[in-house]
Design a protein around this ligand. Structure first.
Ligand code: FAD
Length: 546
């Protein structure tokens, strides 16, 4: 098989164009091509008047060796297929079934592979299954009535289930292909394996999550919803079991286990407190805080695609902007988790705190584009020094979420301000005249964001919005809406672990995924879950507890 890179084709090319381009690249006849498959497709939008797609393909054809020897052919190399996961099972005895805490991407992936290798894992998830969870979220958005155990952060599929379903990652790991394979088997469109910036949207993702659940169950694993791990039993700092509260039955039970994969995400603040009380080694991390910014999607399309802004082959345009700190700006500001054609969502998981995030459907065809716009914060900024609690960052975020709740009107309405007013330092008193209609539900309260964000964050955001406006026309549009506040871009702490994935001071505990500070996003969390499960499989035998 041969890999051909850098095949450029114009926007709107027909279905035969790629095959013709392959034939031209390889200088062969059509009959010599046995099959081809797209490995990657990206859009080159650097020159707005010359937008084009760039393909990387794998081709099976006659005379491959001869083609490779032809020094005049560029961008062609032999192709190595990804090999399926194949692990040697370890021989240390495992007395009890492993327990996985959390059914987000990290927990589900760890669960699937452990189940496939015969370890019969038990996944404990504090939230509800995806259908019942969706009803609770809908009720919260309609009425402002939050269920602290079933919301955007907690429940089957984890934090990303009600998201844009962006499947991009900056990590490099061969497991990424395995994760894509599992997602495709679970019903995700095949294009996620080759599109440069794949996304599937919350509508598809919810069904994918159900199929992933079936994979765990069909392979012999178990998932218990509405089962929250409230305590970990340790003997000489070694895990011997977990205490689990089943909220549907109002009872707490005990499960004996010596292996706990902790895939709890970044919002399980009560669980972080419990782990800290158990002296599990952890440290605070840098975090980020800011707002969601909403623009008309057409404006973003025009700035990114130029004259092609409404071309049928181009989806809703994205952007990614960073303003690094320098002499004139003492903090880095960046856009994060941009959701084209989507909505700003109420993503709270605690009573009395407003949290925003973004979500979209597969079609990405709603009126507004939104993105987080956040400012970096280091542990020293929130008063951390050696010897102080590792939970300081978490408390800092909670303080500002509560402040936003007060400013919003104590009913989960989010404080919102026009970009025009924000830049001029004026409170917004009326949003009804704005051409951009805020999408956040249950609703927004016109406000002054200075009341619910630190002053240095406000100053950094102002400067960044002005700078981004120079780079991306319209970014500083006066009618654009800022909705506050965004606080859950990453975990506020890292739970330290060894190379094997085990906690550095608590034997049998395997901190995993975003909450433990080893991932940021759906794909990297899933990869981390796979990695930890693989490490466990390679060390321990699944025979001893059967
Ligand atoms: P999580 O997905 O957070 O899962 C943790 C799970 O553990 C939760 O289901 C929780 O209920 C459960 N849990 C916690 N404590 C306990 C306990 N004590 N007992 C039992 N269960 C417990 N990332 C992307 O890559 N692309 C996106 O488009 C994207 N959009 C997002 C949009 C939104 C609205 C949100 C909130 C996040 C988004 N993210 C996105 C981030 C992404 O969802 C996370 O990075 C990812 O889900 C982290 O995976 P995880 O498995 O580590 O943790």
């Amino acid at each position: 098989m041969l890999k051909i890179s850098n095949i450029k084709l114009p926007i709107g090319h027909d279905s035969h164009a790629l095959l013709h381009a392959i034939i031209k690249e390889l200088k062969v006849n059509k009959e010599q091509i046995q099959q081809y498959q797209i490995l990657k497709r990206s859009l080159d939008a650097r020159k707005k008047d010359q937008l084009h797609f760039v393909y990387q393909v794998v081709v099976t054809c006659q005379d491959e060796r001869k083609i490779l020897q032809n020094k005049r052919l560029k961008n062609i190399e032999p192709y190595q297929e990804t090999t399926p996961i194949s692990l040697n099972i370890g021989d240390k005895p495992m007395q009890h079934r492993p327990v996985i805490v959390g059914s987000g991407p990290a927990g589900l992936m760890a669960g699937i592979i452990l189940a496939e290798y015969g370890y019969r894992p038990i996944i404990l998830e504090r939230g509800k299954d995806v259908d019942r969870r969706a009803k609770d979220i809908d009720e919260f958005w309609q009425t402002g009535k939050l269920n602290p155990e079933s919301n955007i952060q907690f429940g089957e599929g984890g934090a990303g289930t009600f998201s844009d379903g962006k499947l991009t990652t900056r990590i490099r790991d061969t497991r990424i292909d395995h994760v894509y394979d599992y997602l495709i088997k679970a019903g995700a469109p095949e294009e996620i394996s080759y599109i440069n910036k794949p996304h599937i949207g919350t509508d598809i993702l919810r069904n994918v999550v159900k199929s992933l659940r079936d994979m765990v169950l069909n392979a012999g694993g178990e998932i218990r919803f509405e089962h929250k791990v409230v305590d970990i039993e340790l003997e000489n700092q070694k895990v011997v079991g977990v205490h689990v509260h089943a909220s549907d039955k109002h009872e707490t039970t005990y499960i004996e286990t010596n292996h706990v994969i902790l895939a709890i995400g970044h919002s399980a603040r009560d669980t972080f407190h419990m782990l800290n009380e158990k002296n599990v080694a952890m440290d605070p991390k840098s975090l980020a805080i800011g707002v969601r910014i909403e623009h008309p999607q057409t404006m973003v399309n025009q700035s990114q695609y130029g004259e092609y802004y409404d071309h049928k082959d181009l989806g809703a345009a994205e952007y990614q902007l960073v303003r690094k700190k320098d002499e004139s700006l003492d903090r880095t500001v960046y856009s994060f988790c941009m959701c084209p054609g989507g909505i700003v969502v109420a993503a709270a998981s605690e009573d009395g705190g407003v949290v925003t995030n973004g979500m979209s459907y597969h079609a990405r065809d709603l009126q507004n584009a939104n993105s987080a716009l956040v400012v970096n914060i280091d542990p020293e900024d929130y008063g951390f020094q050696p010897g102080k609690s590792p939970l300081l960052g978490l408390e800092y975020l909670r303080k500002w979420e509560r402040q936003a709740y007060e400013v919003g009107g104590r009913n989960f309405f989010a404080p919102a301000q026009l970009v025009r007013d924000f830049l001029e330092g004026q409170p917004t008193t009326d949003l009804s005249q704005s051409s951009v209609i805020p999408s956040y539900k249950p609703g927004v309260t016109p406000a002054d964001l200075r009341e619910c964000l630190p002053e240095f964050v406000i100053d950094a955001l102002k400067q960044a919005i002005r700078d981004f406006g120079k780079r991306m026309p319209g970014f500083d549009f006066g009618d654009a809406i800022l909705t506050g506040i965004e606080t859950r871009t990453s975990s506020p702490l890292r739970i330290h672990r060894k190379e094997s994935g085990e906690s550095i001071n608590t034997a049998g505990l395997y901190p995993t995924g975003e909450g433990a500070g080893y991932a940021g996003g759906i794909i990297s969390a899933a990869v981390d879950g796979l990695k930890i499960a693989e490490s466990m499989i390679q060390s321990y035998s699944n025979q001893s507890f059967q």
